[in-house]
Each structure stands twice: as C-alpha cells, then as structure tokens.
Design a protein around this ligand. Structure first.
Ligand code: ADP
Length: 506
C-alpha cells in the first residue's frame, strides 16, 4: 500500500493540489480545541475509493475518547449557551467566509476520500456553505411568544432554549454538507456537539473543524471523534446513551437509524433522523419530456446515484414510455463519463467501497435473472477499477425483483410503465420510505393532487433537484424524524419553555 501520512507531507501530491499547500488535511481528531490522537494511540487508514491509496492515517478512537468529548462539549455548553444570538451569528458568518475562501482545498479533500468528480465536490461546498450562511442569519430569529393569558394579572411567556450537547453522526455521501447542515443549526441554537463522521470520509469533517477553529469557534463547541467501522458501535453507544447528551442528530441508513433511535429511547432523548429514501420519479403524458430527461439525469446520476433523495424508481406513463426511454437513454449514453473524480470531463466517479459495489451489482443481477432488460450498462467497469459501476438503464422491472423495493444507492435507473394516476400513486406509495418524490406534468390539477397524495416529506414538481438551505429537508415513515435547513432546522435543537408570570397586581 502506498501510505501518505498527513503529518509527513513532503513530496506527495493530492492530484493537482500539492499537499504542502493543504493546511486543511489533518491526521488528528479534534477535542476541546486541540488536535489529538486516540487515547489508545491506534490509527486507521482513510482510502481513496478510486485507487485504494491511503490518503492519511487518523485516530481510531473508542468509548473513552467519546466520553471525554461529550464531557468537554457539556463544559463548553455552559458558556456557549449564554452568548448572544448576535455573537453566534458573527462566528458562524466567519466560518462561512473561511469555508468559501478555502473551497478549492475542501473540494479536493472530498474528491480524494469520497471519489466524486471535482465539479460535484465544488457544488457540495457551495451547498454545504449555504447552510452555514443561512443559520448565521437564522441565529438572530429564534423568537419566543407572548400568549394572551386566560387569567387576570398573569402573563404567559414562551422561549426556546438550547437542548445541550448534540451527538452528530454523519454518512460519507455528502461529507461536508451533512455536517454543516446540522452543526450550523445547532450552534445557532446555542448547543455544542460531538461529531462522529463516517469512517470513509473523516478528512472533510476535520478540514471543516480546522476552519471552524480559525473562525473563532470557542474550544469544545465542535468536537470530532474519528473511528473505524469497528469502533462505530461502541462510540455510537456513548454518543446515544451518555446522560450528558441531549439530542442525537443522525443521517445514514434506516437500519443504523433504528439502532440509534432505540438507544436514544432509554434516555428519552431528542432525535433528528435523516434516513434512507426510495424516491419515485413520475412522468405523465403532458410533461415536457426533454426537460424531464434532463432532470432525471440530475435526480439519478448526481453523486453516481449515492444520494438518499436520488430517484430510485422511474414510473413512466405508457403513452410516453417509449419516447421518454429513448431520450433518457441518449442522455445517459452521452453525458455519463465514468472515471477518476479529478479527471477533466468525468461526471461519475467510483462507488464508495466494495460492499456498496457488490450490493448494486447484486441487485442488478437479481433483476436480470428475473427478466429485467439491460438497455445500458449493467456491470462493473473492471477496466477502470473494481468500484466503478457502469451507468445503467434497466427496463421491464417487476415487483418480484429486489431492485423494485430496495434503495439502490448506485447509478442504476429502474424503469416501470403505468396506465393511470391512481396506479402511479399506488406504486409510488408502496414503500416504507417517504423522503423525496418527483412528478413531471403540465396539468395544474394533477400537480396539486400528486403533491397532496404522495406519502413523502418532499415533492418536486417538474424538478429533480429540490434541496437548499431555505426549504425544510426531511422524510416521513421510515425515512426519518425532523427537518433540516429552513427555520425548522434550528428548532430541532431547542426545547420550548413556558413561563407563567403571576401575581402581577401584587
Ligand atoms: P452508510 O451506508 O451510508 O455507511 P450507515 O448508516 O451504515 O450508512 O452509516 C452512517 C454513519 O453511521 C457512519 O458514520 C457510520 O460509522 C455510523 N454507524 C454505523 N453503525 C453505527 C452504530 N452502531 N452506532 C453509531 N454509529 C454507527
């Protein structure tokens, strides 16, 4: 293995960026404002999924480190909670400005550890930064209420108080944005946090923390505990069960979300869960098919299909099925360019790891064995590498195939034909997930009916990209609890307090 240690950066290059210029590439965890090793001194490697090279070795922390981090976050909370909203807003704005200034370096770190094309990494920095900017503003609008009292000489006052220490557990698919969306919100509310980033992409989290440090975020407000997958469960147990933790904010699989929710239940802790999706992408006969195909490309192939709001099932009306498939196929064939994320022109990188590649290949192979037709792709592009899966278009998918029900999380467009609006709704809603959904129609009444009847937290009408800092992001059913972004995102990290002021005539 070609090991490059972040601490010994002499001759190596991270693609076209020189390591010597990369002051954000850290190889230590961040606790109480200090860059630290694990108590046990163990490390684990962070790999580049494109070529399996080791980018850095970082601390493989366990329960002891997690406990220390929770305790310092509680200590920091005692003073951070009493800062003014204006001060918190000011610090968040500094952090935003520094992330903006260092976008290029952050983007290179994302591409190195997550594999996504540089253009997409730059897009993620813009998107992730928009949450820091948004919550820098929102911090000053966490208002209370004065409610008319039913009794004479009494006053009812409602205020919002920060919950306390928040445990933040994040995935690898958006290693920057999934952190800023939570951390900027909780900081605006007056909370502090311990972040456990994904074992696949901890370097982006550490880089963001480095910039937070430079921005003047007080020590202990943001702490990062890094660990390998082996230690994720013991570290997660401390982060969910320690009595000093007030809230668990998690983005990841429904399976792990259920485990964390169970642990949180023991302490009746607040949870904010962003879990898996199974988004339908529905095209009606009145739709502009060229536009629908353009949006389908974004909804399906962004981050190579590794997004919880990615389109998972394409439901196409029988009247326009052949026409839509023809346009969609042309788009995929001409626009999807598979390769290393740093290479000019590449639009689809590797999948994050071998397990994910095997899962995608298994779902496609199962569908093919049961009669699905491969129009494009359908296999690993071994000539590029063992984690590069071809951009795939799969037709004739039926309910008995695993790919019909499961979240693919890969570059496979699964297409089905429907006859009526009722049938489209029935198929779309026949899942335990309820995150994002997409509808393409020019009929106003149909757009409203679909918006009302789709059992999903988010509905995009004639659009395949719906997320931003301003609207509330989140799901229903097994896709989660709570909302991120918008004015609601900050409310997740506050408790409502009612105070009765009485005897005002005495
Ligand atoms: P993904 O498939 O995106 O890796 P996971 O839900 O498996 O989704 O992982 C999301 C995050 O949850 C990662 O940071 C991972 O390390 C963490 N994680 C996995 N298992 C546990 C656990 N038992 N307790 C706490 N965190 C966990």
């Amino acid at each position: 293995m070609n090991i490059i240690r972040a601490g010994l950066l002499h001759r190596h290059c991270l693609f076209n960026m020189d390591f010597r210029q990369m002051h954000l590439l850290k190889n230590q965890a961040f606790i109480n404002g200090e860059w630290v090793c694990a108590q046990n001194k163990l490390v684990f490697p962070v790999l580049n999924p494109a070529d399996d090279k080791v980018i850095a070795e970082i601390p493989d922390m366990d329960q002891c480190d997690a406990k220390i981090a929770v305790d310092v976050a509680l200590e920091a909370f005692k003073t951070w909670r009493d800062t003014t909203a204006k001060e918190r807003s000011y610090i968040l704005r500094n952090w935003f400005e520094l992330c903006k200034k260092n976008s290029e370096e952050l983007a290179h770190i994302i591409t190195a550890e997550a594999g996504k094309p540089l253009a997409e990494s730059r897009g993620e920095i813009l998107y992730g930064n928009s949450f820091i900017e948004w919550f820098a503003d929102t911090a000053r609008h966490i208002n209370g209420e004065v409610i008319p009292s039913p009794w004479p000489n009494k006053q009812i006052i409602v205020t919002r108080q920060p919950i306390g220490v928040v445990s933040v557990i994040t995935p690898w698919n958006f290693p920057f944005a999934m952190i800023t969306r939570k951390v900027a919100a909780l900081m605006a509310a007056g909370c502090t946090c311990v972040i456990k980033p994904s074992e696949d992409t901890p370097l982006t989290a550490l880089a963001a923390a480095k910039l937070a440090e430079e921005a003047g975020v007080p020590k202990g407000v943001i702490n990062i505990v890094t660990c390998s997958r082996k230690n994720a469960a013991p570290v997660g147990k401390v982060l969910c069960e320690d009595t000093n933790v007030g809230c668990i904010s998690f983005t990841g699989s429904t399976y792990v979300g259920q485990i964390l929710y169970g642990m949180a239940a023991k302490g009746i802790k607040r949870v904010a869960l962003e879990l898996g999706g199974n988004a339908p992408f529905i095209v009606f006969p009145s739709a502009d098919l060229e536009h629908a195909a353009d949006q389908a490309m974004l909804a399906k192939f962004r981050n190579n299909g590794q997004a919880c709001i990615g389109a998972n099932r394409f439901l196409i009306h029988e009247d326009v099925y052949d026409d839509f498939i023809k346009i969609f196929k042309e788009r995929i064939a001409s626009k999807c360019v598979l390769g290393h994320g740093t290479k000019e022109g590449v639009t689809c990188g590797p999948l994050i790891n071998l397990a994910q590649t095997k899962k995608v290949a298994g779902l496609v192979d199962d569908a093919i064995s049961k009669g699905a037709k491969v129009e494009l792709g359908g296999k690993v592009a071994k000539d590029i590498g063992d984690k590069f899966y071809e951009s795939t278009l799969l037709l004739n998918v039926t309910p008995d195939m695993k790919i019909y029900q499961e979240e693919v999380f890969g570059p496979v467009a699964v297409c089905l034909k429907f006859k009526t609006e009722e049938e489209a709704l029935q198929i779309a809603n026949s899942t335990k997930s309820g995150l994002a959904s997409y509808v393409f129609t020019k009929e106003l009444g149909q757009a409203f009916r679909m918006s009302g009847k789709l059992e999903f937290g988010m509905v995009g009408i004639n659009d395949g990209i719906i997320s931003a800092a301003e609207p509330p992001f989140g799901g229903i059913k097994e896709s989660g609890i709570g909302r991120e972004g918008s004015k609601h995102g900050v409310e997740e990290y506050t408790d409502i307090k009612y105070t009765l002021f009485s005897a005002l005539d005495k």
